[in-house]
Write a protein that binds this ligand. Structure first.
Ligand code: FES
Length: 152
């Protein structure tokens, strides 16, 4: 098992807001900061638009970890979107156990447009944590067979 994890390259999906974290991630890239290459970014207008179902769908489609990130509290370009997101994801994390997903597979962070370094740190820390946890297979296993006489 240890050997499996040492060669395991995790798939991580990041749902980020367009105005802060996406720009911060872009800055990290253009600054050529050393960063793990395991994260695929999905850009949305605001964290308030990130439905927890997107996170579940990512796991269902093979993600091993998910990052949700946006503007710092008080900096949301739609005023309160990130406050809604923070409340929503606090509850969502409590529900994750119920779905069989270890809550530590989901990272919630605030990264501003000027924080390329912080984005690189979030990516590297998340990649290291997911690599240590190993591949995620519980959700796809639980839903395997759905629609084939199972739960539709
Ligand atoms: Fe960035 Fe709302 S616009 S969190």
């Amino acid at each position: 098992m240890e050997h499996e994890h040492s060669t395991f390259e995790p798939h991580i999906v990041a749902f980020v807001c367009n105005w802060c974290t996406y720009t911060g991630a872009d800055l990290a890239g253009t600054s050529r900061l050393p960063m793990a290459t395991h994260v695929r970014i999905v850009r949305l207008p605001c964290t308030g638009r990130i439905d927890p179902l997107f996170v579940l769908k990512a796991f269902e489609r093979g993600a091993d970890g998910v990052i949700v990130s946006g503007c710092h509290p008080g900096d949301c370009h739609y005023a309160e979107g990130n406050y809604h997101a923070r409340r929503r994801f606090r509850l969502f994390k409590e529900l994750l156990d119920f779905t069989g997903i270890d809550a530590s597979r989901v990272t919630f962070s605030w990264v501003s447009a000027s924080q390329g370094q912080k984005w690189a740190e979030v990516v590297n820390a998340t990649t290291a944590r997911i690599r240590a946890l190993g591949p995620f297979s519980a959700y796809p296993r639980a839903t395997a067979g759905a629609g084939e006489g199972g739960v539709a």
